[in-house]
Design a protein around this ligand. Structure first.
Ligand SMILES: [Fe+2]
Length: 593
């Protein structure tokens, strides 16, 4: 039985295909269209899934949409009416957007895929999130927590998964939303909403959470973690473009200017900006204020999440937790939930945000509606498209790109390690691309983590990104505990997907300056030989050569672009950046200098 899940028309569009309950393929649309966070109907991702399964659309048994458009539309209309006339803009925008494809998703699916009405099913937004975590977790029974901006009405749900059943026991409803609260601060700090949340998380360690009390002036928090926002401070429920209002600004001052360079007195002036401004101290103090705000919203988010999770544990008595929704991508909060609540194990799959709704919708329909037994655990993130050696060779030949080809994997690895050890930066392109926002060793930029200058080199030559965003390490699982403070990493999943931020052990912080964040932590990826044999071998061999089986791993893309999908995109990113060498499958390309 083939079940296709789809998410689109809000954030990241995606498709995921299950064949007899086993995931065959899953991918976000942006990887094909090259439009970051593309939310359009995921035609390319669907075609890829069908191609990978070797079927055409007529062979699909069900197509499942990840939310219920009419209920969502009702929420938007209802909110607009309640806040009328202030919400006139929101109302107009909603009409324009919703009276087209969004509301008539069934017709769109029918038209695009040529399917009958009874083959098209709908899940609910948070149920899709819940299913996307629990139904591909290794747990028979677990508590489930979903937290995001908003779905139809829910912004957070609590429940239990048992076998193939998911029961949601309580929910928090729009406009009260932890995800939207974080996004309000993302906007206030000068970043793009739904994109800059990582930047807030990265900026937080440069500040102190001095303004936690001010943030709590806007939130009423129950003992069970339920919360209500004082909507007098916010605009998102009545405006399509404004997140906060004058009352918010009276509390926190003027918002940070977008694209303003970030530095503090601790960070100093980054060497790759132009020369320091004459008013360095004044600007540094301003940035420190905003870093304190970032630290404060991060802390409040962690406290609320811990409170909800603690309540969920008390209510269910369960020791395992599945999480999904955009807030479950907050890897700093995730590791604190593991540390500070009685849950022993947490499962989060790599596409925990809205793209993961496609996977959840398919899983929910197959297991919970069609009562089929569970047969699949998501052990790794490699569910995207791959390119054969023949295709890579064709590409290199057609473009007449000089390269070395290795028919022996050991030699490819040792040559790559030799270059990495010399301080060269690699574009590493192998196998199927990753599901979710993180590159986990198949579409990665790799470098030596021991070099203090490596952060600047990668930033200046390749990523052109904000200096406060840390680079993450990949470490072989068996050596992880030597460097990072996460006991028994083999017993946990989020660290496979870079979804925990953990302390770097004291003795290793000086050893690994390129991946140690300013607060002594790192967003670690532990790599297993079973699921990523070549990547494992590369890091292990780097370890044999240097004594440190750790690499800097950042996503293979230029700033503002989606992660590369094809050899062509990998090569053009290589050519247009300061990358020193590129490994495409078994072929190695270096720059002629
Ligand atoms: Fe969501």
């Amino acid at each position: 039985m083939h079940v296709l899940g789809i998410s689109c028309f809000y954030h990241d569009a995606a498709a995921a295909l299950l064949s007899d309950g086993i995931l065959v393929a899953a991918a976000e649309e942006e990887r094909f269209t090259r439009k970051k966070h593309d939310s359009d109907f995921p035609e390319n991702a669907i075609n890829f899934c069908l191609r990978r399964a070797g079927i055409d659309a007529a062979q699909l048994d069900y197509v499942v949409f990840y939310e219920k458009p009419f209920i969502k539309f009702e929420r938007i209309l209802f909110t607009a009416m309640q806040t009328f006339p202030k919400s006139t803009g929101l109302f107009r925008e909603a009409m324009k957007n919703w009276l087209t494809d969004k509301l008539w998703i069934k017709g769109v699916v029918k038209a695009k895929l040529g399917l009958a009405d009874d083959k098209i099913l709908f899940s609910e937004h948070h149920l899709s999130h819940a299913a996307s975590a629990f139904l591909c977790s290794p747990f028979d029974k677990a508590a489930i927590l979903t937290v995001d901006g908003v779905g139809e009405w829910a912004t957070a749900t609590l429940g239990v998964g048992d076998g193939t059943d998911i029961r949601i026991s309580s929910e928090i409803r729009f406009p009260h939303s932890l995800g939207l609260l974080y996004s309000v601060f993302t906007a206030f700090l000068g970043f793009e909403v739904n994109e800059g949340e990582y930047k807030v998380m990265g900026m937080a360690p440069y500040g102190f959470p001095r303004y936690v009390d001010k943030i709590y002036q806007m939130i009423r928090l129950g003992d069970d973690g339920s919360f209500w926002l004082d909507m007098d401070y916010f605009e998102y429920h009545r405006s399509p473009s404004r997140a906060f209002n004058a009352k918010f600004e009276a509390l926190f001052g003027p918002p940070r200017r977008p694209e303003q360079p970030f530095f503090t007195r601790t960070s100093g002036y980054p060497s790759y900006y132009e020369s320091p401004p004459f008013n360095f101290d004044e600007l540094a103090r301003q940035n420190e204020y905003y870093a304190d705000i970032a630290a404060s919203i991060q802390k409040v988010t962690e406290e609320v999440m811990i409170k909800i999770a603690t309540h969920l544990h008390r209510a269910t008595g369960l020791r395992r937790l599945c999480m999904a929704g955009g807030v479950a991508l907050n890897s700093v909060a995730n590791s604190k939930i593991l540390r500070d609540t009685p849950f022993d194990e947490i499962y989060i799959q790599p596409a925990a945000g809205d793209s993961g709704g496609a996977l959840g919708a398919a899983l929910y329909a197959y297991h919970s509606l069609l009562r089929q037994p569970r047969r699949f655990v998501m052990e790794h993130a490699y569910w995207g498209e791959e390119f054969s050696e023949a295709a890579i060779h064709d590409f290199l030949k057609t473009r007449q790109i000089p390269h070395e080809s290795f028919d022996n994997q050991d030699r490819l690895v040792s040559r790559s390690v030799e270059l990495l050890e010399q301080g060269k930066v690699a574009g590493w392109f192998q196998g199927r691309f990753e599901w979710g926002p993180r590159a986990l060793g198949n579409r990665s930029i790799l470098a030596d983590p021991r070099r203090v200058e490596m952060k600047d080199i990668v930033n200046v030559k390749i990523k052109f990104r904000e200096p406060f965003r840390p680079f993450a390490p990949s470490v072989i699982e068996s050596a992880s505990e030597k460097y990072f403070s996460l006991a028994l990493p083999q017993n946990h999943y989020p660290n496979r997907f870079m979804l925990y931020v953990v302390p770097v052990n004291d003795a290793s912080q000086d050893l690994l300056p390129a991946i140690t964040h300013v607060d002594g932590t790192a967003r670690v990826q532990t790599v297993r030989a079973e699921t990523a044999p070549l990547y494992y071998q590369l890091i292990e061999t780097f370890g044999q050569a240097t004594g440190v089986p750790v690499l800097v791993n950042t996503s293979f893309n230029l700033r503002g672009e989606p992660i590369v999908t094809t050899p062509d995109q990998a090569f053009s990113t290589f050519s247009n950046s300061g990358l020193d060498f590129l490994v495409l499958g078994n072929s190695l390309i270096t720059k002629c200098r």
